[in-house]
Design a protein around this ligand. Structure first.
Ligand code: ZN
Length: 159
């Protein structure tokens, strides 16, 4: 069976940056996803289209088809007084913020007595993604899975 819209696909994957650092991996537990619904990044979905169980796919995905380009206007300086109730603000801390596009994660990149600099870019924005994928299984989605837009079963949603 070929990977196409509305198929459930089980993949083992390793994601590395251009310098070979492992950024993410299924760690031997295949990840099931519903193809064609934007459940995985665009570039990877395109690369897997038409492949079958047993295929191995190596693909390099440009930031535009991955987590987007970095947008420097998403780096902002905020007065520390706006972080009321947060005692220690240190680089690397993450906060949720409301934005016009919904809830967004922002990360503190610098902080002094008065000003906190935060970055709302996705941590992998601007990064070329190197995926190594083994396709384990391709099956039809159930009517219920299609209705919900995600996978049910042992490794998917339970409800
Ligand atoms: Zn569901």
């Amino acid at each position: 069976m070929k990977i196409a819209n509305d198929k459930i696909v089980n993949i083992d994957y390793t994601l590395t940056s251009p310098d070979g650092t492992v950024l993410d991996s299924s760690e031997g537990t295949p990840l099931p996803y519903l193809h064609g619904k934007g459940n995985i990044i665009d570039g990877l979905e395109k690369a897997l289209e038409g492949k079958t169980a047993g295929d191995h796919v190596d693909v390099v995905i440009a930031p535009a088809d991955g987590y987007g380009e970095r947008q420097e206007d998403m780096v902002q300086k905020i007065e520390r007084s706006r972080f009321e109730g947060v005692e220690n603000i240190e680089p690397g801390m993450q906060f949720q913020a409301e934005s016009p596009e919904g809830i967004q994660m922002i990360m503190v990149v610098a902080a002094d007595e008065e000003i906190v600099t935060v970055d709302g870019n996705h941590p992998l924005a601007g990064v070329e993604l190197h995926f190594s994928v083994d396709i384990r299984e391709v099956r039809d989605a159930s009517a219920e899975e299609l209705e919900h837009g995600h996978v049910h079963g042992p490794d998917g949603h339970h409800h």
